[in-house]
Design a protein around this ligand. Sequence first.
Ligand SMILES: *[C@@H]1O[C@H](CO)[C@@H](O)[C@H](O)[C@H]1NC(C)=O
Ligand SMILES: *[C@@H]1O[C@H](CO)[C@@H](O)[C@H](O)[C@H]1NC(C)=O
Ligand SMILES: *[C@@H]1O[C@H](CO)[C@@H](O)[C@H](O)[C@H]1NC(C)=O
Ligand SMILES: *[C@@H]1O[C@H](CO)[C@@H](O)[C@H](O)[C@H]1NC(C)=O
Ligand SMILES: *[C@@H]1O[C@H](CO)[C@@H](O)[C@H](O)[C@H]1NC(C)=O
Length: 881
Amino acid sequence: MIGDGRGFLRFLIVSSLAVLQLVEADSSPYFEPFNVSYDHRALILGGKRRMLTSAGIHYPRATPEMWPDLIAKSKKGGADVVQTYVFWNKHEPVRGRYYFEGRYDIVKFAKVVGAAGLYLHLRIGPYVCAEWNFGGFPVWLRDIPGIKFRTDNAPFKEEMERFVKKIVDLMLEEMLFSWQGGPIIMLQIENEYGNIESSYGQSGKNYVKWAAEMALGLGAGVPWVMCRQDDAPGSVINACNGYYCDGFRPNSGSKPTLWTEDWDGWFASWGGRLPHRPVEDLAFAVARFFQRGGSFQNYYMYFGGTNFGRTSGGPFYITSYDYDAPLDEFGLTSQPKWGHLKDLHSSIKLCERALVSSVSAHYVKLGPMQEAHVYNETEGKCSAFIANIDEHKYATVHFLGKTYSLPPWSVSILPDCKNVVFNTAKVSSQTSIKSRAVDQGLPLNLSPGQKLRDTQAYFSQSWMGLTEPINLWSNDTFTVQGILEHLNVTKDHSDYLWYFTRIHISGDDVAFWEENKISPTIEIDSMRDVFRVFVNGQLAGSVVGHWVKVAQPIKLLQGYNDLVLLTQTVGLQNYGAFLEKDGAGFRGKVKFTGFKDGDMDLSNLSWTYQVGLSGEFLKIYSVEENEKVEWTDVVTGDSPSTFTWFKAHFDSPEGTDPVALNLGSMGKGQAWVNGHHIGRYWNRVAPKDGCRKCDYRGPYNSDKCMTNCGKPTQTRYHVPRSWLKASDNLLVIFEETGGNPSDISIERHYSEIICGTVSETHYPPLHKWTKPDPLPVTISIDDLTPEMYLECEQGYVIGSIEFASYGTPDGSCPNFQRSSCHAANSEHLVKEACEGKNSCSIKISNARFGGDPCRGIVKTLAVQARCISSTSSRLLVSNFK
Ligand SMILES: *[C@@H]1O[C@H](CO)[C@@H](O)[C@H](O)[C@H]1NC(C)=O
Ligand SMILES: *[C@@H]1O[C@H](CO)[C@@H](O)[C@H](O)[C@H]1NC(C)=O
Ligand SMILES: *[C@@H]1O[C@H](CO)[C@@H](O)[C@H](O)[C@H]1NC(C)=O
Ligand SMILES: *[C@@H]1O[C@H](CO)[C@@H](O)[C@H](O)[C@H]1NC(C)=O
Ligand SMILES: *[C@@H]1O[C@H](CO)[C@@H](O)[C@H](O)[C@H]1NC(C)=O
């Protein structure tokens, strides 16, 4: 049934086409076709059990131009698999009309993964959560009569099946399944339904069965998983998500232990702190998972990226989806996270043969909180993991005749059951300190003698402005009695919904207010996300919240008053049961209180409805349309204007470094570059408290290690390089609350300082033992000598060594100091080995440094180096002074 004639014919056609289109690198097959199955121990790829590491990357959170580099960095970091969700709302923006272009070209993404030699885990859902707008559901789904999402409901099941089949058929047609020579080894149906299933009673149970049978019936020919679904039926594998999954077991003895979401960080909300997960704890969680029988682990996220446009979910998720992932939002490696995990993956790879050939681990108790799991290979070789789960204390354990010391909350990995090659708490990988530069570029049209401040350097003309009208401008308004539900009107084509009415105020009421020194108050039972009220053209109040009560006093005049209400969404709900009922805007009563004769029910009035902004409607953010409206010069120093559009042109920073807009001087709004929607921005500040020094030891949760207290949650907004031209880029901003555009700057992001700290007691270098199948037959003493490995980002070289000391240096990056124990030739040696190179390594031994600088003490090499661009030395001179 699987490899049918259609596929074979297609293969022949592709092969002959490949001859015609000579350099068609991205065409199937990428692999010798192989089947995927599984047993209790692992996924079985082409007949072989595998231990797999997977990198979560969501294709629309980057650009197609970024995909190859992100995937190459995932592979270099030790990933075997890339995992992504599929984003229904963007693939089917209008019912029955599909979109697979640009950032949504999922076929191209799969091909880039295949071309890199990695496998793909496609999580179709089609509910995905993902902190993505409406959890990935198209908003039109709400309008289907009788629909109830994610339950035994015929209209929903029909839509869901149609979309899932569409995706599976697309992948089949493009020959992207493993048995067709493509990268896809596994799929997912539904997502985290176990969390909400009980809300749906028996219908929920029926739905799970239906979803599994429907998926299995599509002829994809690879295993399906359900993430967080204890009752996953039949051959569908229930997989784990969380910070730790080493205690997890699937619901059948014939299914392997898979970890579909290893939360290596967390997302952030506007006005929230930034979460950070220490890599020592993350590595501990992963090592424990493989130690205790796990076989597939996916980092959620390996690269988080950016919620461009209006794709971020809610309530209130920020535009950055950095996630504290090993690859940062811009695609730069976050060190030491990326490097330490790379070492971890290498050491797990060294154990793979033993791990897959054992039916199960041999358990050895070593102490009250210490244990080993031994995996014996058939030929007598073995690999072992030794854990110290004590959160506080070091432990010394005896194992197979040797003594080992383990830091608290750590796992040591012994690929040969004798030599430790890795400990999760000992980081040998380099750290890096990222820098941002606002270069002095060459602005266009600069008149003689005109000077620009640093931050304006890129802007080639002064800012222009345009006021967004707070009145009826649309030819598409309608008037009805009553308050309509926000999404029912906007269909989420815009964040903004305007409600216009006119009310008459009698002299009696005005006298009543004056007499009692009160104001009439607009009261709303419940509101999300942002509410604003305008009276007679003036903003009279704003409220921000998630289903909060509103009581906003306002001033009304005798006679007729124009009353305008505005409700705004900041990302639709993406999690929870009954999403179809969640909606936006108002819930319950909307009324005026404080009138002489009692309350005024505003839902009894006639309201005129208008969706969106006039600037959105006219597409004035686009290169084609922005000249069609009349912009006026903005005089810097003007008081900040609310509901204003701004535009300016700027030159791109030279080189290839990632670029960001710094919008720290602005209030709240949205930004576009050359018509590309960069996302929402908002200068909301995180609470002052709740950030503390983070200890990796002990169970992690998303509140444990917060940074950025008292600062705006996000001020920098990624502008992908592929959206930029060398010069004359159009930046358009819609500002709601007021800000100063002349302080907006364009930044280059890069890793400037890299540091290493490796001591004699660290473990051997793993970077040379990467895939494929690296297990050395015997490990020599030389192999076991620790090494410092330093590497600049691509396009950079080590320009200078700013500190180097072999001995007992104090301090930490970027503030090291020498101590009395210091090998005199340290700096010279490191310079010789590293300067001018993209990467270098130095063995940590007395011999290498010309003798022992202090006997009987553990020596450490600490190095601080500066990376400089290998191409553009002109920039370096101006930036690094
Ligand atoms: C995959 O399995 C199917 C069904 O068992 C079989 O017909 C096919 O030849 C297998 N393909 C490969 C590449 O092993
Ligand atoms: C695996 O190795 C351990 C340690 O060498 C030994 O005690 C155990 O009996 C072995 N188990 C199997 C199943 O070979
Ligand atoms: C509104 O104007 C636009 C463009 O000016 C036009 O395409 C559209 O048909 C008009 N709609 C109505 C309802 O008149
Ligand atoms: C939204 O519109 C649908 C009909 O299109 C209606 O059934 C539903 O009650 C409306 N929702 C609200 C909250 O008004
Ligand atoms: C609002 O209108 C309804 C009928 O449409 C009426 O029953 C109700 O009394 C009115 N309420 C107020 C406060 O005017």
